[in-house]
Design a protein around this ligand. Structure first.
Ligand code: G3H
Ligand code: 13P
Ligand code: ZN
Length: 284
């Protein structure tokens, strides 16, 4: 089937209290792994590409690979820009057939974040393209943030109401204690804050930095109201570990298919596990 807007996947998830997995891709094998996992689980799925992924693979390749994968799959798939930071980046994705974009204005103050998000929505919505924004700051695990500073970066529930009403955004990424990358310890999520946001805000909420968050914590966030869960690092780990296993077993292996095939299989397996945790199996 053709690529679908992300909004419809998230509204269905929000209604039925499951979450749609949004998995980052960088190459053909990962696109294939995401789609194979979604098909095997009969689940809707979001394929997302960061600016880094677009720079690495080329936007036309990402769009064509994803479109081809979606056309041969009997599950709904959205193609989403992950952490776009400028209007121009979002427009480039719009022109290349993405069905959703994230405009991450979290490094700006509230007024500028609202203005930038509105500017993207003005173009995207008339074309049926969904828009995700971020409020609060979701850092990286490598960011050296002290515990007392951490809380100030979290999403403020009242600001979230103002932001969603002022912009008309389709999905909101919230900062509640997760971070991008490999965690050093176990992340602690601020569920009370999440409950306050859910009580006030009607749009589907997004959990970033979800690799390494215990499954029970993810499921609790979904039960409270998260409808999109982003995973990148766990795919990288599985993909590279499988490639390494092959090369460690035979340092003379020179056929890329013998290395990347098992890597693709390992990525498929971890994505299937995540889809089951998110509760979206059988929802396609
Ligand atoms: O949110 C960040 C994603 O993991 C993408 O990472 O910018 O290295 O592609 P990247
Ligand atoms: P992880 O790499 O921590 O899974 O985060 C993914 C993400 O949030 C992409 O936007
Ligand atoms: Zn993210």
């Amino acid at each position: 089937m053709s690529l679908v807007p992300m909004k419809e996947l998230l509204l269905a998830a929000q209604k039925e209290h499951y979450a749609v997995g949004a998995f980052n891709c960088n190459n053909m094998e990962i696109v294939q792994a995401i789609v194979a996992a979604a098909v095997a689980e009969k689940s809707p799925v979001i394929i997302q590409a960061s600016q880094g992924a677009i720079k690495y693979a080329g936007i036309a390749y990402i769009a064509a690979l994803t479109r081809t994968a979606a056309e041969s799959a009997a599950v709904p798939i959205a193609l989403h820009l992950d952490h776009g930071t400028s209007f121009e980046q979002c427009m480039s994705c719009v022109r290349n057939g993405f069905t959703s974009v994230m405009i991450d204005g979290s490094k700006h103050g509230l007024a500028d974040n609202i203005a930038l998000t509105k500017k993207v929505i003005e173009v995207a919505h008339p074309l049926g393209i969904s828009v995700e924004a971020e409020l609060g700051k979701i850092g990286g695990t490598e960011d050296d943030i002290k515990v007392e500073e951490w809380d100030a970066l979290f999403t403020d529930p009242d600001e979230a109401v103002h932001f969603t009403e002022a912009t008309g955004v389709d999905a909101l990424a919230v900062a509640i204690g997760t971070a991008h990358g490999q965690y050093k310890g176990t992340p602690k999520l601020d569920f009370e804050r999440l409950k306050k946001i859910v009580a006030k805000v009607s749009v589907p909420l997004v959990l970033h930095g979800s690799s390494g968050v215990p499954s029970e914590a993810i499921q609790e966030a979904i039960a409270i109201g998260v409808a999109k869960v982003n995973i990148d690092t766990n795919i990288r780990e599985a993909f590279v570990a499988a490639s390494r296993r092959v090369l460690n077993a035979d340092a003379g292996e020179i056929d890329p298919r013998k290395v990347l095939g098992p890597a693709r299989d390992a990525a498929t397996e971890i994505i299937r596990e995540k889809i089951r945790v998110f509760g979206s199996s059988g929802k396609a």
